[in-house]
Design a protein around this ligand. Structure first.
Ligand code: C2E
Ligand code: MG
Ligand code: MG
Length: 734
């Protein structure tokens, strides 16, 4: 947090500095004064000691003089008239010496009585004069006596000098001792005063600066630690500290407010952060769950399954004969359910299928010898089962079969009954897969292969299948591209009423003119379109084209009202959940009557799963369209089904026409078919009429309609129209 410098009074620090400067100045001056006073006193003491020393020294000299005076007196006493001049000579030397000493003493500061010294000197001078007088030969007994007296006087004068000197020395000694005592007392007093001053300053500083500052520091610490703030200062502090305390107090208040605001912000941030953490944690959990579990069905996810397959491979490397397989199950035409009934039902179907598979797998161990089975959802309508520890290869197929059976019962979802089948691709690890990805790729290829072969099939992967699947994908792409680019067209082959000999309708047949390959036969591309599922889109387009064309003929041609159009319908279209709805929509869009639309469905498609198509055929019949069973006679029709299914026309395959010409037995067969049709209240169309003879034959056999190159090959709409306009007629019934 940035410090608010507004709390600091710039004058305050100046004032505190001023106080501290004064204290420092007093301390320094005091110390200097103390040192000076001590120095001065010590100097005085030294002087006194010096004077005393000099007095002692002078006393010593006086003592010397006294000793010399004594010697002089001895000399004087010992002088006789006979000793003469030598004795006076000795006295003279003593006197000369004493004179010098006295001169020195006089020159020096006289510390003792000067008069006494002067007397000693005068006596000495007299001694000297006498000594000199004799030395020059004045020899008189009286003089000798005088000399002796003078010497005695001199000695007594010297004794006085000595006394005076002793008194002076003793006086000086006492004086020095007194001065020393006084000086020592003064030094002690000054030191005491200085210490008292220092103590006073310390006390003042402690009381007025350090304690309050300590107090302020404690307060600041309390503010920092967020505790309650105690009263900052008691009364009686310096103005500056009171100001500082006041500022600190208002700073603390502001700080408190700021802290409260910041705390509230932090709490809010913390709550936001906690929410964020909770959200992220949940997202992470969901992510982890979705990585391992499929959200819709709760089954294993693809990632988890791949991991388990990886583990199987890892275990398999360690031991021989470890067998495992992957089954990829795709719900047939799931996208159609999604498109027609909505994604909600699509999701419900996926959940229902998953439930069936799951409950079935729970019973698996009782049925098949397998160590473990993992069920996963690996795509929109794609499931996978990993079977680990299979006893035999065939067990994988058996499991797949059971999966198919699990879907046998229809699903009832929100009022819709859905018959569901699944295509299953089976890949065994021993068939060349070495990684989880390869096994998955193999199972996927087998599943696509199964799917291409029609609904509800099982295919076991074999090497090379992947290439076939990708080749098929290429074909599908080519077909879709051709449809988008308009390379398909519809031609029309007339269907002639054998009763009138006139064209009563046309069959719409698709043509593909590929820019690279040229015209491609429907015998080639229709199976491809069926295999790849493109037939659903292609068939939808043909149906719309054909109905529009019929509507146009019906509208513009006088006899057009009686025309009908036959459109081929593949098994994929028929099984599409919205097929009936689409027919209804096309009829409404193009405005043709339902009765004028004939839907040709091959015998094999109807008879392969008659129960499944029965429902949709019933709906188409209810709509009013006719159902023509195409290529009749090439498959195996069950009479009981023929009887029950809503079929209007049996369209005898053209192979019969070829045989009819060659073998008269076929006439009986056709006759029987016609008779059967009559019994079942159906009519008969014959395909492949290529000659008049055949026409005569089929008419004789009682067929209702005929179609073949004899009348016309499939032609462009304009040509077909021209035929209608020309009112072409083939030999009518006699
Ligand atoms: P289909 O439905 O049985 O159609 C009749 C086929 O027989 C047509 O062959 C037609 O050209 C041929 N044909 C007609 N009269 C004669 C004849 O006198 N002699 C001989 N040899 N052939 C004759 P196309 O057009 O090649 O069609 C072959 C098959 O392709 C059709 O057989 C039909 O199953 C399928 N197909 C054609 N167009 C479509 C379509 O739009 N949708 C579906 N689902 N299948 C179609
Ligand atoms: Mg046909
Ligand atoms: Mg046919």
């Amino acid at each position: 947090m940035p410090i608010n410098t507004g709390y600091l009074d710039p004058g305050l620090s100046v004032r505190i500095q001023h106080h501290l400067s004064i204290i420092l100045f007093v301390a320094v001056v005091g110390a200097i004064s103390l040192a000076a006073a001590v120095g001065v006193l010590m100097g005085g003491l030294e002087d006194a000691a010096l004077v005393y020393g000099r007095a002692v020294d002078q006393h010593r000299q006086v003592e010397q003089l006294v000793a010399e005076g004594g010697a002089l007196l001895d000399t004087a006493a010992g002088i006789t008239p006979r000793s003469g001049t030598e004795s006076f000579g000795v006295a003279d030397r003593v006197i000369t010496q004493s004179m010098a000493t006295l001169t020195d003493l006089r020159r020096a500061d006289v510390l003792f009585d000067p008069q006494t010294l002067l007397n000693a000197r005068l006596a000495l001078d007299r001694c000297r004069d006498l000594a000199n007088g004799r030395s020059v030969g004045v020899q008189h007994p009286d003089d000798l006596e005088v000399f002796r007296r003078s010497a005695a006087q001199y000695v007594s004068a010297l004794a006085e000098v000595e006394l005076s000197a002793v008194a002076a020395v003793s006086h000086q000694g006492r004086s020095v001792a007194r001065r020393r005592r006084v000086i020592m007392l003064l030094i002690g007093a000054i030191c005491f005063a200085y210490l008292a001053l220092i103590e006073r300053v310390r006390h003042w500083t402690t009381r007025h600066l350090i304690d309050p500052m300590q107090n302020l520091a404690d307060t600041a610490r309390q503010i920092m630690t967020g505790k309650t703030i105690s009263p900052l200062l008691e009364a009686g502090h310096t103005e500056e500290l009171t100001t500082l305390a006041g500022m600190l107090s208002s700073f603390a208040e502001t700080l408190k407010t700021n802290v409260r605001t910041r705390t509230a912000q932090v709490v809010r941030q913390k709550e936001l952060l906690e929410t964020e953490v909770r959200v992220r944690r949940r997202a992470e959990q969901e992510l982890r769950y979705s990585a391992l579990r499929d959200r819709l069905t709760g089954l294993c996810s693809r990632d988890l399954l791949m991991d388990r397959i990886g583990q199987c491979f890892a275990r398999a490397r360690g031991r021989d004969g470890c067998r495992f397989a992957l089954l990829v199950v795709d719900v047939d035409r799931f996208s159609e359910v999604n498109d027609s009934l909505g994604r909600l039902i699509g999701d419900q179907l996926v959940i229902a299928v998953a439930d069936r598979f799951r409950s079935w797998l729970e019973e698996l161990a009782m049925v098949i010898d397998v160590e473990s089975a993992s069920l996963a959802r690996i795509g929109g309508d794609d499931f996978a089962v990993l079977l680990d520890g299979l006893a035999t290869r065939d067990d994988a197929g058996a499991v797949a079969q059971r999966l198919e059976e699990a879907l046998a019962e229809p699903f009832h979802l929100q009022g819709n009954t859905l018959n569901v089948s699944a295509s299953v691709g089976i890949a065994l690890a021993e068939d060349g897969a070495e990684t989880a990805e390869e096994l998955m790729r193999n199972a996927d290829a087998a599943m696509h292969f199964a799917k291409a072969g029609g609904k509800g099939r099982l295919v076991v992967f074999r090497p090379g299948m992947s290439d076939e699947v990708s080749a098929r994908d290429d074909r599908a792409a080519a077909l879709r591209r051709a449809l988008d680019l308009g390379h398909f067209s519809v031609v029309y082959q007339p269907i002639v009423s054998l009763e009138t000999g006139r064209i009563c309708g046309f069959e719409a047949l698709t043509r593909w003119d590929d820019p690279d390959r040229g015209p491609v036969s429907p015998v080639e591309f229709i199976p491809e379109a069926e295999e790849t599922g493109v037939i659903v889109e292609l068939g939808r387009w043909v149906l719309r084209q054909a109905c529009r064309q019929l509507n146009s003929w019906q509208g513009e041609l006088a006899d057009g009202r009686h025309l009908s159009i036959a459109v081929n319908v593949s098994q994929h279209q028929l099984a599409h959940p919205t097929f009936v709805k689409e027919i209804r929509q096309v009829l409404r869009e193009t405005g043709i009557k339902a009765a004028d639309l004939k839907l040709e469905i091959t015998e094999s498609v109807i008879m392969e799963k008659p129960d499944e198509v029965a429902d949709v055929l019933g709906q188409l019949r209810a709509l009013g369209t006719e159902i023509h069973m195409d290529d009749f006679g090439t498959g195996y029709s069950s009479l009981s089904y023929l009887h029950r299914l809503p079929i209007d026309v049996l369209k005898i395959d053209r192979a019969f026409m070829n045989s009819l010409s060659a073998n008269t037995d076929y006439a009986d067969v056709v006759h029987t078919v016609v008779a059967l049709a009559r019994t079942l209240r159906m009519r008969v169309t014959v395909e492949g009429v290529e000659s008049e003879e055949q026409l005569v034959q089929v008419r004789a056999l009682g067929c209702d309609f005929a179609q073949g190159f004899y009348f016309s090959e499939p032609v462009e709409p304009d040509e077909a129209r021209a035929m209608l306009v020309a009112k072409r007629r083939w030999p009518a019934a006699a």
